[in-house]
Design a protein around this ligand. Sequence first.
Ligand SMILES: [Zn+2]
Ligand SMILES: [Zn+2]
Length: 129
Amino acid sequence: MTIEQRPACCWHVTSPGTGECAGGRHYPDEASARRTAGRIWTERVTAGFGEPDVHARQFPQPCWTARCDGPCGALLDEGCPVHAGSRAAMERECDASGWTLVMRGGRAGDAYCPADAPRGDDLADMEWP
Ligand SMILES: [Zn+2]
Ligand SMILES: [Zn+2]
C-alpha cells in the first residue's frame, strides 16, 4: 500500500514566485518553511522590492503521496514531490504521470513508476485477495 497519507500536515510559504514547484513547494515542518520564508523576505528586501507578504502556513489536513513499490522505492516526483489533498486525487496524479496502480479490493494497492511497472506476465501472477 503505497498511496498513503502523510503523518502530519505540510507547511507552505505564501508568496508568489517562491516556487521551483508548480502549486508551491511543501515543507515537512514549520522550521523549514520559516527558513524559506525568511530567505525570501531577505532576498526581496535586499533587492529593493520592499517587504514582501511572505508567511509560513500549515495546510489544514495531511497530504497524500505515492511511493513506488518497485526497486526504486521513490516518491512520485515531477521535478517536485507530488502531494495531493485526497487518496482519489493522488490516484489521478499517478495516472497522469504514467504510474501503474494495481487494484486490490477496489482500491489502489501497489503503485509502480513507469520504469518499474509490472509486465503483463507479472500482473497475471499477482495474488489477488
Ligand atoms: Zn504536502
Ligand atoms: Zn519505481
